[in-house]
Write a protein that binds this ligand. Sequence first.
Ligand code: ZN
Length: 347
Amino acid sequence: MGDIHDDVSRIEALFRSVLSTADSVEALQGVRVRFLGKKGEVTSLLKQLGSLPDDERPEAGRVLNELRDSMERSLAEKTRQYAGAQVTAREREEWIDVTLPGRGRPWGAFHPVAQVTQEAIDIFVSMGFSVAYGPEVEDDFHNFEGLNIPPHHPARDMQDTFYLENGLLLRTHTSPVEVRSMRKWGAPLRIIVPGKVFRRDSDQTHTPMFHQLEGLLVDENISLAHLKGCLEAFVNRIFGRPLKARYRGSYFPFTEPSIEMDVECVACSGRDPGCRICKGTGWLEISGLGMTHPNVIRAGGIDPVRYNGFAWGMGLDRIAMLKYGLNDLRVFFEGDLAFLNSKGERR
Ligand SMILES: [Zn+2]
C-alpha cells in the first residue's frame, strides 16, 4: 500500500466522475457496488489496513472511513433525487381524474321492421302457428312451379325476378317455404314464414329487398272463415284496436279463390279525404290470401282430396310503415341512425 492519501484522491476523483454520469436509481446502485461493495475499491483498501505499520494505521483508517462516509452521503442524496423524480414521472403517467364522468355506453335498439316481425311472430305463435324458414336463394320449382306457376305462365311476369347465373334465383316471395314445409312435415300443418324477398323494383313504396310474412294452414275441412278469423285477430292485435276489414276478389296462381284484404285506415278511419296514408280511400291493403290451390298441396306431397288449406302473404315493411305513420319505405333501409333511434324500441 503506497501513500494512502494518493489512493484516496485517485478513488475520490474516479468516484465523482462516475457518479456524475449515473442517471438512475439502478445506475447509482452500480456505483455503490463498484466502490463500497464487498469487492469495491474502498472496501479493498480498508481490508489492507491490517498490513500497515501500527503508527500509520489510525490515520489511514480515519481517512478511509471519511471517504466511505462522504461517498455514502453523496450516493444517498443523489439516489433520493432520482427516486423522487421517478415517482413523480410515474404519478404523472398514471394519474387519473376520478371526478370525470364515465364513458357512456349507448344502448342499441331493434329496427322497426325487426320489432314488427317479432310482434307478428308472437301473435301467430299464440294462435298455434310454428315459425318456418327457408333459403333466400331458391330454385325454379320451389319459387314457381310447385306453386302452380308453370313455365310461360303469365303470373311470372307479375314478379320481376333476380336470376342468378347458375339457374337459381332470389326468391320473389316467402311462398317457396310452403312447399318445403309440406314436404318436410306433411299434414296437418300450421306455419308462418317471415323473411326477406327480392324483386327488381324500386320507388317510394318498393325496395329491391323487402320483408314478407307468409302463412299456411293445411288440415281437413278448412274454410275461408278460419282464415278471416286468424287475420282479423292479427290485425286488431298488431295495430292495437279493432279495425274494420273488407275483402275483394283477386288472382294468385297458388290460391283459389284468391282474395285481397283491406282494413280501415289506421290514420283517419276513412274520415279524412286528404289522408296521405290511405290517399283518401279510407282503406289500406294489408294482405293477399286465399284457399291453397290443390296443385300446391299436391306439390307439397299431401293428398288434396283429404286435405285443404289456406295461405296468406303480407308485407312486414308495409305494416311497420302503417304502425309508424311513414310514407316512404326506403327510410327503413338507409341506416340513418337519427331515424332508427327515433323509432327503435329499447328492450
Ligand atoms: Zn286515411
